[in-house]
Design a protein around this ligand. Structure first.
Ligand code: MLT
Length: 312
């Protein structure tokens, strides 16, 4: 009887709502990606995948929430490159990045944009760099805290122009965008999943995209390299994780469902409108995400150490 129950249990996962933790505010770029993927996965799994926003401390609070959650397949984390950078940026993390999670798979890689409030004077990237250098004590740069993609990109920007600027941390770039629109903050480096519509609508100013080539949805915006910052490229990869010890059947089922979401024409179309695309189906696997996380920790460690900016 117990053998039958175990087998039947494995086959019936999921039996109730799955919580997908997003480690940033609602309405921001990670939330946008998560809600699109969660909607598609919900259909495939036959159970709701409910997004829960746990913002703060550059994504590390939400990651900690999942690291400490019950490993039963009903709590997962959708996080981005910050999972790798925070491993170096934080002297103390409340979880062990490489040992606290099971890997479900890669989701997407999102380009970034260097943007500003719409009435900021400079009209191109060169002008912005001159302006930032001349006004370094007053120009404010929004980010979503140490470990956020916006923090990483801002750090790369300040290091490229060899000028530290005043940073203003938020719980996500959703609320940071509200302040950029309201003119309370000057500059931000943020993902196209949060900026494309605003740039197209002319409500903010865009100076550059951080992709190797221009983007179809933002054809008029030069790449950072074209704009004068040689090799300034950054892509924000996202993955789905589960707490360490989550049963393999559940992880496999989630991975299968992620594959279905990445092939969903609605997901692909919405991603395309926002300047991104789903990861290849072959990358919606535990091995692909694990390899990406490991290589990205190694890649960013020396960059972060050279910048010398840490959180306790
Ligand atoms: C967000 O969802 O708010 C962003 O991904 C924050 C960031 O990493 O810049």
């Amino acid at each position: 009887v117990s053998l039958f129950a175990a087998t039947a249990g494995a086959q019936t996962y999921p039996e109730r709502t799955i919580t997908m933790v997003v480690p940033f505010s609602a309405g921001g770029p990670t939330d946008t990606v998560a809600r699109l993927v969660a909607e598609s996965m919900s259909k495939d799994l036959g159970q709701q995948v409910l997004v829960e926003n746990v913002g703060g401390a550059g994504g590390t609070l939400g990651a900690a929430r999942v690291a400490n959650a019950e490993a039963d397949g009903y709590t997962v984390l959708l996080h981005h490159i910050g999972m790798a950078t925070s491993a170096t940026l934080y002297r103390k993390l409340p979880y062990d990045t490489l040992n606290a999670f099971e890997y479900v798979g890669l989701v997407t890689e999102v380009p970034m944009t260097i943007v500003a409030r719409k009435d900021l004077e400079p009209t191109d990237l060169k002008g912005l760099i001159e302006y930032a250098k001349a006004n370094k004590d007053t120009v404010t740069v929004a980010n979503a805290g140490i470990g956020a993609a916006s923090h990483l990109c801002g750090m790369l920007f300040m290091s490229a122009i060899e000028t530290p600027l005043v940073t203003v941390p938020y719980k996500g770039t959703g609320p940071a965008m509200t302040d950029l629109l309201g003119g309370q903050v000057d500059i931000m480096c943020d993902q196209t999943t949060n900026t494309t519509k605003q740039i197209q609508g002319g409500t903010i100013k865009a100076y550059a995209v951080t992709s190797p080539e221009r983007l179809d949805v933002l054809k008029d915006i030069p790449t950072a390299t074209e704009g004068g910052l040689a090799d300034f490229q950054v892509g924000i990869w996202h993955g789905i994780y589960a707490p360490k010890g989550t049963p393999a059947e559940a992880v496999d089922r989630l991975s299968q469902s992620l594959k279905v979401a990445l092939k969903d024409p609605n997901v692909a179309a919405r991603f395309a409108e926002l300047g991104t695309e789903p990861s290849p189906e072959a990358d919606a696997t535990p091995d692909a995400l694990k390899a990406k996380l490991e290589s990205e920790i190694a890649r960013w460690k020396p960059v972060i150490e050279a910048a010398g900016e840490y959180a306790d």
